[in-house]
Design a protein around this ligand. Structure first.
Ligand SMILES: [Zn+2]
Length: 157
């Protein structure tokens, strides 16, 4: 096992894992496999755990987006025209499909979060901290414990 750059040793761990996601906030996984530095608490996730985190993030993200009121969304035509592209170009855009603009589907139609479209137009990345969405609503965080900013890396085994 490689020593950590802080001089500590990584130790294999298995169990509940809590991470601070840059967009979702705190996320908790049951029964995850990971390594943690005994000294600085830096974590390394094996591919399988990294995939589980991605999946969890997707599920949570979708839940949060679906709770937003309908007036906070653009139709595909509105989003495309706001971005100055065609609807087809919007549907085919790989970045958008990968979630760079938060969107959800309803009755086979895709709806795009207005705030995310605006951010994407400005920066090419429409992902925003979900706690920045209307604060008057609460999202029942997965964990109430405030997570600390944790940097993590992934390695393949
Ligand atoms: Zn360390």
């Amino acid at each position: 096992m490689c020593p950590c750059e802080c001089g500590g040793e990584y130790q294999k761990k298995w169990g509940a894992l809590e991470i601070q996601d840059p967009f979702i906030g705190p996320m908790k996984l049951e029964d995850a496999d990971y390594e943690e530095c005994a000294r600085c608490k830096d974590r390394i996730f094996p591919l399988e755990t990294a995939r589980a985190i991605d999946k969890q993030r997707e599920v949570l993200l979708n839940q949060i987006i679906k709770k937003q009121p309908l007036q906070d969304f653009f139709t595909a035509a509105e989003a495309a025209s706001g971005l100055g592209i065609t609807k087809q170009a919007l549907h085919k855009n790989r970045k958008v499909r990968r979630g760079f603009i938060y969107h959800t589907t309803l009755g086979g139609m895709v709806f795009y979060l207005k705030q995310s479209v605006a951010l994407y137009r400005e920066k090419g990345d429409g992902r925003l901290l979900l706690s920045e969405l209307d604060n008057s609503r609460s999202y029942e965080p997965v964990s109430t414990r405030r997570g600390v900013e944790t940097r993590y890396s992934v390695h393949e085994r």
